[in-house]
Design a protein around this ligand. Structure first.
Ligand code: AMP
Length: 479
């Protein structure tokens, strides 16, 4: 097995995962950052989302992790829960065959569950600053073995008011850790962190370094608040997208647009910060699987969402900041695909419109609302698509999961089950080695074990009449 990541002398387990994720060639940011982190240098990375920046730190982290150590060795800080989940998923996929255990530490999920996970062997933690501090304060997160700290989207940490929390976390770290800071902009407060906490950092700046430069068609329509929902319907009829995100500036607006589209028969759903975390997660997962066509969102969805094939992004409200515009529109045209970004501009938004045009060096004019006759002409095609069943997609890791079977054992911590007991019993089965065992998760009265390399069925069968830790157990597959 060989791809162009072999040049970094990565372990076979990583190369195999990278190969299965279909990353053939390192992106610009990866070419620069991977060797630096592997050489344990502090790095400042200035690059946009879509450049492959997550894998640029996730790959060397997974390589550097010492599998045998019990306590967390690397901490990744992200500004939002969504991004934390995305990063965790990327680390999970990249580190899957090395059996890297990664825990999420963010709000919206049970603190106690995270605490339990942290008590087991955990290699990497990914979290938002508030929850990470809560765990540090409660003594549930042991930081003394951390060797690598990644501060992702530091500019967003600043604009969301988390920068002081980041500093407090930095003060908890050992002095000699490797720190990597990623940010699209470098404001004074970010420079302070660099000055005070990083050691001779190497600066990496990627201009237009997208894996494939986004090919986005931008269009801007004149709008007024009262008529916007009608304009939205007309535009969606004309564009008739396969998958679309509609961004609003407020939660109230998201609620309104969602209700309006739903009442008009659209396959839609919404996500904003006022919703329960479990609802947000479930909606995002369903959107990724293409279970509905239109996602209406505030900026909680502008970062960290990695969904392929979003053909259209609509700014129902134009954002005030150009960076936000870039992040929102960057949800389309990913991985070399083409995309379109349409924005509605009210009279009061003309300054933002000009600023965004300057920022992106665009020379677009404001377009008038499309003619009713044109909309009518396209209505039949639109209705046809609305009535078609959506094709459900696999998630990105599905490829990796093919060879993996997860099994459940009806015994856990209460019966003193330990990872060594599992590994011992499983490796006794003919044809099994420790390398075929993936992540082991021991809960109070249950244990989940991943069997890799297509050996799951064989193990499942063998365990039906074999003792585990001295007793027969019920062993079943988890679907
Ligand atoms: P990011 O900039 O981290 O948000 O990554 C953007 C997208 O590129 C994600 O979907 C990654 O899975 C994907 N990706 C990362 N590295 C590569 C690579 N070397 N080749 C192809 N796709 C990649």
């Amino acid at each position: 097995m060989k791809n162009n990541f072999s040049q970094y002398n990565l372990s076979d387990d990583l190369i195999k995962a990278i190969d299965m994720l279909n990353y053939k060639e390192p992106s610009e940011v990866q070419k620069k950052v991977i060797p630096l982190i592997l050489n344990k240098k502090d790095v400042i990375v200035k690059s946009q989302t879509g450049s492959g920046k997550t894998a640029a730190f996730a790959i060397p982290l997974c390589e550097l992790i010492d599998w045998d150590q019990k306590d967390v060795q690397a901490l990744v800080l992200t500004p939002t829960r969504e991004l934390a989940k995305q990063v965790k998923e990327d680390i999970f996929n990249i580190g899957r065959f090395k059996r890297i255990k990664c825990v999420g530490m963010h709000g919206g999920e049970s603190f106690i569950r995270q605490e339990k996970e942290l008590k087991q062997k955990t290699h990497i933690a990914v979290g938002t600053p508030g929850r990470v501090l809560d765990h540090i304060d409660s003594g549930t997160f042991y930081t003394k073995n951390i060797k690598y700290l990644i501060i992702d989207e530091a500019d967003e940490m600043l604009s969301m008011g988390f920068i002081d929390e980041v500093k407090w976390i930095l003060q908890e770290m050992n002095k000699n850790i490797v720190t990597v800071l990623l940010s699209a902009t470098m404001e004074e407060k970010i420079n302070e962190i660099i000055k005070n906490y990083m050691h001779n950092p190497i600066k990496v700046e990627i201009e237009n370094g997208s894996i494939n430069k986004p090919k986005i068609d931008y269009e801007f329509y004149e709008s007024n608040e009262k008529e916007k929902h009608n304009l939205l319907q007309d535009i969606t009829i004309l564009e008739n997208p396969d998958s679309c995100i509609i961004f609003c500036n407020t939660q109230t607006c998201v609620d309104f647009v969602d209700e309006h589209l739903y009442d008009n028969g659209y396959s839609c759903n919404k996500i904003h910060g006022g919703m329960d975390q479990s609802d947000r997660t479930s909606i995002m997962n369903r959107f990724k699987k293409n279970e509905f066509r239109y996602l209406i969102a505030t900026d909680v969805a502008a970062r960290g969402i990695d969904v392929d094939d979003i053909s259209l992004v609509i700014n129902y409200d134009i954002p005030e900041k150009s960076e936000t515009f870039v992040h929102r529109t960057g949800r389309t045209a990913r991985n070399g695909k083409k995309g379109k970004a349409i924005s509605f501009v009210n009279k009061k938004d003309l300054d933002s419109f000009e600023m965004i045009k300057d920022f992106l060096e665009l020379d677009n004019l404001l377009l008038p609302a499309p003619k009713k006759e044109l909309v009518e002409l396209n209505k039949e095609k639109f209705d046809k698509k609305t009535n078609e069943k959506l094709e459900i997609k696999n998630d990105k890791g599905a490829n990796l999961s093919q060879d993996i079977l997860k099994i459940h054992i009806n015994a856990g911590k209460k019966t003193k089950m330990r990872a060594v007991d599992i590994v011992g019993t499983f490796c006794d089965i003919d044809g099994m080695t420790a390398k075929d065992i993936g992540i082991i998760n021991i809960l109070d009265i249950s244990t989940f074990v991943e069997i890799l390399n297509g050996k799951g069925e064989m193990v499942l069968e063998a365990l039906q009449n074999r003792n585990i830790k001295g007793r027969p157990r019920i062993v079943s597959r988890v679907d």
